[in-house]
Design a protein around this ligand. Structure first.
Ligand code: CO
Length: 134
């Protein structure tokens, strides 16, 4: 499995408008998408930073995964996402390598790509997302 590049980093925030302003006004970065997922209990905003992106995550309910993360850890770095060309193969190889998978099968992420999360327990404490991307 090859991790082609860092695709984006996820940052948990409490105030979405203020966080978007931080990146767009202060650094001139471009807001490319802002969306709410009731399924995941979060609002996400994607900020383009050169070739990569920052994904801002704000919980819409306290008991959602990001809500629990914020309550436990406070705002800050939430996950790192890597681009892979074949996510089915990457996930299979991760499973064979003994890594703990959160998603047993790829699912459609907020920006329409196929994604899967690996548990931080077997990733050195880092919640890791794989994104299928060419
Ligand atoms: Co992400």
């Amino acid at each position: 499995m090859t991790l082609d590049r860092i695709h984006h980093i996820g940052v948990a925030v409490t105030d979405m408008d203020e966080s978007i302003r931080l990146y767009t006004s202060t650094f001139g970065a471009e807001l490319v998408q802002r969306t709410v997922s009731e399924t995941d209990g979060l609002e996400a905003a994607f900020i383009r930073t050169g070739e990569g992106e920052v994904e801002l995550l704000r919980p819409t309910r306290e008991e959602s995964p990001v809500g629990k993360f914020l309550a436990r850890r406070g705002p800050g770095l939430h996950h790192v996402a890597y681009a892979v060309t074949d996510i089915d193969r990457a996930l299979e190889e991760a499973r064979e390598a003994g890594l703990e998978l959160i998603d047993q099968e790829p699912r459609i992420g907020l920006h329409g790509s196929r994604i899967a999360f690996l548990h931080p327990r077997t990733m050195g404490g880092v919640l890791t997302e794989l994104v299928e991307s060419t």
